[in-house]
Design a binder for this molecule. Structure first.
Ligand SMILES: *Cc1c(COP(=O)(O)O)cnc(C)c1O
Length: 249
């Protein structure tokens, strides 16, 4: 947006209260607040806002759309930008893989072996082109709510997919991600988060090669982060709690 006014003081205050909310949720659940990271979901925010929030101290961001990720990439690559991690948290079309690899260090939304294979091949090609041959961090996205509109592998296939991803040389499995059930009924939301936590335990216990680093549980958004933290989230993804309501799509 041209000439957009950014209230950096307000952004910083919102970020501080979001951090407080996450820490309070951790303590209420008997957990160490240091176990739960805050990822800011920056979809629809301008590059200037994204840069401003990083300057305000946000160190972990997530983009949903490859195009928006590429549009904010240069602003965040400018010298003097505080260190931060960028994750990809949206549906990834295979023709956008290279764009995403350029700007994101983790893809949280691997939901098929086909996508994992393509990511693995793309990382290996980048290595051949002189980029550092580091594996790409990924998470397996699980559709714990069973809602047809949600992406993710079915829970009963998640362990199998995680083991297959663990075997890929250029990917490093970091954990699981889900979008909770879309309902005000807390018990239903909680069940979907408990399911993700149970799948993580199953994967870690499997001893399958490449799965021992799969400790992350990326779950919980502005409306339900307390429920997710109580169920064991290690990363909550907040948008509206920090940026305010998004314009209707
Ligand atoms: C937008 C989004 C969020 C954040 O949602 P809010 O309700 O705005 O906090 C989290 N995760 C994903 C995948 C998203 O697309």
């Amino acid at each position: 947006m041209v000439g957009e006014h950014i209230d950096t003081g307000q952004l910083a205050a919102n970020l501080a209260s979001a951090r407080q909310r996450v820490a309070d949720a951790a303590r209420a659940a008997g957990r160490d607040p240091g176990e739960v990271r805050l990822l800011l979901a920056v979809k629809t925010q301008s590059a200037d806002v994204v840069r401003a929030v990083v300057e305000a101290g946000a160190d972990l961001l997530g983009h949903n759309r490859a195009q928006e990720l590429a549009a904010t990439g240069p602003a965040l690559a400018e010298p003097g930008t505080p260190p931060h991690e960028m994750h990809f948290i949206g549906h990834l079309q295979t023709n956008k893989i290279n764009q995403v690899l350029r700007w994101a260090g983790c893809v949280q939304t691997v939901d098929s072996l086909r996508l994992a294979d393509k990511l693995d091949a793309a990382v290996s090609r980048r290595a051949a082109d002189g980029a550092p041959p580091e594996p790409l961090d990924v998470m397996v996205q699980v559709n714990t709510s069973g809602e047809a509109t949600k992406a993710g592998v079915a829970p009963e296939r998640a362990v199998e997919l995680a083991s297959a991803v663990g075997r890929l040389k250029h990917l490093r499995l970091r954990g699981l991600m889900t979008i909770g059930a879309h309902t005000p009924e807390e018990a239903v939301v909680r069940a979907s988060y408990d399911d993700l936590a149970a799948l993580r335990a199953e994967i870690l216990a499997s001893g399958a090669p490449g799965t021992d680093g799969a400790g992350e549980l990326s779950m919980g958004m502005s409306a339900d982060l307390e429920t997710a933290v109580a169920a064991g989230a290690t990363m909550v993804r907040l948008g509206t709690a920090v940026f305010g309501p998004r314009p209707a799509p």
